[in-house]
Design a protein around this ligand. Structure first.
Ligand code: GDP
Ligand code: GDP
Length: 435
């Protein structure tokens, strides 16, 4: 499970600076989902080849009243979803009352907490730290978020404390395709999961493995194994707390990360909203195969359907490899087709690609359309081999490969996709130079 780190602290202590440094984020996933009143930022970091999810909770001043108090509470709720908490304080400002309030809260939350004393550039570190030991937190690390001092050793320590996830391909194969069902609140995820499991040809085995968040449900359909990652938590015994905030972005992102194929559900009545695009962007970044379900297609007029279709055409070009189905989870219409696309996407995403075939496709592509000249010398692309699957990684070797223009990369990707018949999955292209 993708480990989660939450960043908390007063405004201006340097949370965003650290967040940006760790995620190198182009555009972080900003959450303003219904039911969450405070914006939180989500981003992914890769450290020593391991992926982590970061949440920037926004500043807490400790002086909130009324609506602000509610926001502060929600911010602290992010702590509950985290494995590790980075509690930032400002070495230049010294210890404040708000820091003390936050520290008290964090001590009772029982989360692994690192007290990050930020902005130690230009101050006497020993004196700066001494102040903050009073907070009674065990792990105290001086850092400079803006320059990155202390960050590497911090991350090494954090990672060494997190369980290493072993990829067990055999176990994974036994569980069949892992399908993550994701989407905003109320798009129909629960209805779809019930529908998928309620089909006559489905045998549901068990629903143990109730992790902190999503539920993993193993089942068989037409003799094939599947696991649904149920982010809506349909099949879990309902308790009061769950109905309050059953939607969680962390849960959604973890499900995407752990799935083989993501089924992203949207509500036809609402069209595409920003959060749908954010989730798609995250699917793309994580390299997962994707099938899009436009739900509640029942009860739409012909005109409404037409306008949804054209909106999808216009706005989903960045993810045009994904197959789209117009479905009604309520009536069960289109669910069978969803399975077909899931199968196709999975087959594409996990297909073993061999060097011969890849090199032939590459030669064909280069023959049809040569790469450009750079400073009077033509870029040479010689051969290609596979570098991984789910997502498929295609490694192209040649000369001056660092200079291959983006447009030519896109062209190659298109040719590979077409010739290899890869549907429903992103492809990663890597270029290696033999010079
Ligand atoms: P946030 O409100 O907690 O997210 O804080 P920001 O990341 O926006 O940082 C607040 C200010 O502190 C900005 O002007 C940053 O440039 C500055 N800052 C962040 N980290 C450091 C640091 O390590 N040293 C110094 N001197 N300034 C920093
Ligand atoms: P979730 O929050 O994504 O799990 O959404 P739910 O499955 O709880 O569905 C939210 C609401 O949409 C419920 O009232 C459902 O009955 C309704 N709904 C779900 N699927 C459909 C559908 O295909 N058509 C229509 N008309 N309503 C649906």
């Amino acid at each position: 499970m993708l480990p989660v780190i939450a960043l908390v602290g007063r405004p201006n202590v340097g949370k965003s600076t650290l967040f940006n440094r760790l995620t190198k984020s182009r555009d972080a996933l900003v959450a303003n989902f219904e039911g969450l009143t405070r914006d939180r930022k989500y981003g992914e970091a890769t450290y020593d080849g391991r992926r982590l999810l970061l949440i920037d909770t926004g500043g807490i001043t400790g002086e909130e009243v009324g609506i602000d108090e509610e926001m502060a509470k929600q911010s602290l709720a992010a702590v509950e979803e985290a494995d590790v908490v980075f509690f930032l304080v400002d070495a230049r400002a010294g210890l404040t009352g708000v820091d003390e309030v936050l520290a008290r809260h964090l001590r009772t939350s029982n989360k692994k907490t690192y007290l990050l004393v930020n902005k130690v550039d230009g101050v006497n570190i020993d004196i700066a730290l001494a102040d903050f030991y009073a907070l009674g937190l065990e792990k105290v690390c001086p850092i400079t978020a803006s320059q990155g001092h202390g960050v590497r050793s911090l991350m090494e320590e954090v990672l060494s404390g997190l369980p290493v996830e072993e990829e067990d391909e055999e176990l994974d194969a036994a569980r069949g395709i892992k399908i993550g069902i994701v989407g905003r609140p109320n798009v129909g995820k629960s209805t779809l999961v019930n529908r998928m499991l309620g089909e006559e040809r489905v045998i549901v085995y068990d629903m143990p493995g109730t992790t902190r968040d999503s539920i993993y449900i193993d089942y068989q359909r037409d003799g094939k194994d599947y696991t649904i990652i149920d982010t809506a938590g349909v099949r879990r015994r309902k308790n009061v707390r769950e109905t309050v905030e059953k939607f969680s972005i962390v849960k959604t992102l973890q499900a995407i990360d752990d799935a083989n194929v993501v089924v992203l559900l949207m509500d036809a009545h609402e069209g595409i909203v920003d959060q749908d695009l954010h989730i798609m962007g995250y699917v793309l970044d994580s390299g997962r195969a994707l099938v899009i379900g436009v739900n509640k297609w029942d009860g739409m007029t012909a005109d409404e359907r037409e306008s949804v279709r054209s909106e999808l055409d216009r706005r989903l070009t960045f993810i045009d490899f994904a197959e789209i189905h117009f479905i009604s989870a309520l009536h069960g219409t289109g669910v069978g087709h969803l399975y077909e696309s899931v199968e196709k996407a999975y087959t594409s995403a996990t297909r073993r690609l061999v060097t011969n075939e890849l090199t032939q496709v590459l030669e064909g592509a280069v023959f049809d359309h040569q790469p450009p000249m750079i400073n009077g010398r033509r870029i040479k692309l010689r051969y290609a081999h596979a570098g991984g699957h789910n997502p498929p990684v295609i490694v192209v070797h040649g000369n001056q490969t660092g200079k291959v223009p983006a447009s030519y990369k896109r062209y190659l990707e298109k040719v590979f996709r077409r010739e290899l018949g890869l549907v429903g999955t992103p492809i990663r292209m890597e270029f290696k130079s033999s010079e």
